[in-house]
Design a protein around this ligand. Structure first.
Ligand SMILES: Nc1ncnc2c1ncn2[C@@H]1O[C@H](COP(=O)(O)OP(=O)(O)O)[C@@H](O)[C@H]1O
Ligand SMILES: [Mg+2]
Length: 505
């Protein structure tokens, strides 16, 4: 007889407006294992974990713990049932000590500070979580704060620990230490769910891996010992052998975007982009593939002027813009479709009209006055041309669905008649119709002679749209492929860091 699973998620569906985040996902976790839940951004990992930890109620599907059906209404219900979530944004009180934070909110009867500290210390040692119980949290590094979050869950005797992308905030050394802690917890008979898209961590720390793609489970409980990073990368990006129909390419024209020897640091001050060289010509789409976290985000930010280069140059239409701020780059013909729609791209509290004219206020101004009629007409034109479904144009833009937000954003940017488009994850999180609409807009833009740099984690999308495809790994361009006749498995290998024998850039 097989062991009853510690956790069983059966056929979980969770829909948000315009998005199916979980589409019949399954997950089965055994006791005493470290189980990776792997998938690209938007695959539905966090949503599934939020279902398991009582933050969301699924539209359909079952949550079973040790074979028993549970219906959680709140995270507290899930915690009572033994599920502890280590949040990515730590919820600690900075002025409290480690021990105070660990016991905060727990039904605790010991009041003597020394006793609490001694018990926290004992727990910490048992699991190899080096920490000082009497230190205030504001003095701690990110890695130490994370250990406090883990201690909080252990203090409440969580049998199932969920860590959602825990290494995103850690240095490589801290990440390795965390791997050791996860092993301690599994050896203690607990189940650890480790969410990541970093393949070497999955192969290094985990026993089994479940891969999600597009909200579905595409591989369930694969023993990590019997697989490798390239196989996992292939599963994450999909295994369909036929890319969609390729729109015919025109002959590319002059170089519009030239990047040379570009280097930049990441948020933690460590090198994130190393010596990038690339060119994008008028009338071509150059795709950049890679597993998330390999410097794509930082590269895009440097191109947009939102992050400074530590070395190298960026040329727009023959003009060096390396030190130009974003607005000046826009003036030089760069349009930037950011990954973060609400936030960087659109201002959620401003109206549809105000967002539509964010780039072109000057055209709708007479002296100090804004011309409302002119702004509204411009907005209506964008809405009509790009098929944005919206309520009253004076309503806040935050009320639009994901697909319509993206159409408005892409429409506004492309409407400026740019020479170069940098599009970061432009279709992430959209439904099929929305994806098609945005992809068609990008191809149409290319066909008017615009140079398009497309950064995506969706290999199908890249194979369909790109005229040339570059693979980024650990901040470098590792290889270049012709999307018309390259095997996905070889591209997948390159995404996992293995240099192909032919076609290397
Ligand atoms: N609260 C929410 N409201 C609307 N859409 C959401 C919400 N949470 C997640 N989504 C969408 O659901 C999809 C899956 O998201 P998520 O579970 O966060 O993926 P992952 O953690 O794998 O990156 C994405 O398209 C995301 O935009
Ligand atoms: Mg997530």
């Amino acid at each position: 007889m097989t062991q009853t699973a510690a956790v069983e998620l059966v056929d979980i569906w969770k829909r948000f407006p315009g998005v199916v985040a979980n589409a019949g996902a399954h997950l089965r976790i055994d006791r005493g294992t470290v189980h990776a839940v792997l998938g690209e951004n938007g695959a539905g990992k966090s949503t599934l974990m939020n279902v398991l930890s009582g933050v969301y109620r699924p539209d359909e599907g079952e949550v079973r713990l040790d074979g028993v059906l549970h219906r959680f209404h709140t995270p507290a219900d899930a915690l009572t049932a033994g599920i502890g979530m280590v949040h990515q944004e730590f919820r600690l009180v900075p002025s409290f000590t480690v021990a105070e934070n660990v016991v905060l909110g727990a039904a605790e009867r010991i009041l003597r500070r020394q006793d609490v500290e001694a018990r926290v210390d004992e727990l910490a040692r048992r699991f190899g979580l080096a920490t000082e119980p009497d230190r205030p949290v504001w003095q701690l590094s990110m890695g130490e704060r994370q250990r406090v979050e883990i201690l909080k869950a252990l203090w409440r005797d969580a049998r199932i620990l969920i860590l959602d992308e825990p290494t995103a905030v850690l240095t490589p050394n801290e990440a390795n230490e965390l791997g050791g802690v996860l092993r301690h917890m599994a050896d203690d008979g607990r189940s650890v769910i480790f969410i990541s898209h970093k393949l070497h961590e999955v192969t290094g720390f985990c026993d089994v891996a479940t891969v999600l793609r597009g909200g579905e489970t595409v591989a369930a409980s694969l023993p990590v010992a019997g697989t490798d990073a390239a196989t996992l990368a292939g599963l994450m990006v999909g295994s369909t052998s036929l890319a969609g129909e390729r729109p015919p390419a025109r002959a590319p024209g002059e170089v519009r975007l030239a990047v040379s020897g570009l280097c930049a640091l990441g948020d933690r001050g460590l090198p994130a982009v190393h010596d990038i060289n690339l060119e994008v010509r008028s009338g071509e789409i150059v795709g950049i593939a890679g597993v998330a976290g390999n410097g794509q985000r930082e590269l895009v930010q440097v191109l947009a002027g939102l992050r400074s280069a530590t070395d190298g140059t960026v040329d727009l239409g023959g003009k060096d813009v390396t030190t130009d701020p974003p607005r000046r780059r826009f003036g030089s013909g760069l349009c930037y479709i950011p990954e973060d729609r609400l936030g960087v791209g659109l201002a959620p509290r401003l109206s549809v009209v105000e967002n539509a004219v964010l780039r072109s206020y000057a055209q709708h101004r007479r002296g100090p006055f804004l011309l409302e009629a002119s702004m509204t007409a411009h907005c209506q034109d964008l809405v009509d041309r790009f098929g944005v479904r919206t309520g009253p144009l004076g309503d806040p833009v935050a009320g639009l669905s994901g697909g319509n937000l993206q159409r408005l954003l892409v429409g506004r940017e492309l409407g400026s008649g740019p020479g170069v488009v940098v599009a970061a994850q432009p279709t992430r999180g959209l439904d099929v119709q929305g994806v098609k609409a945005i992809q068609d807009l990008l191809v149409a833009e290319r066909d008017t002679g615009t140079a398009v740099l497309l950064i995506s984690e969706d290999l199908d999308e890249l194979l369909t749209l790109s005229d040339r495809l570059l693979v980024m790994h650990q901040g470098r361009i590792l290889a270049e492929f012709d999307p018309r006749n390259s095997e996905r498995s070889i591209i997948g290998e390159a995404m996992a860091g293995h240099l192909p024998e032919e076609g290397a850039a």
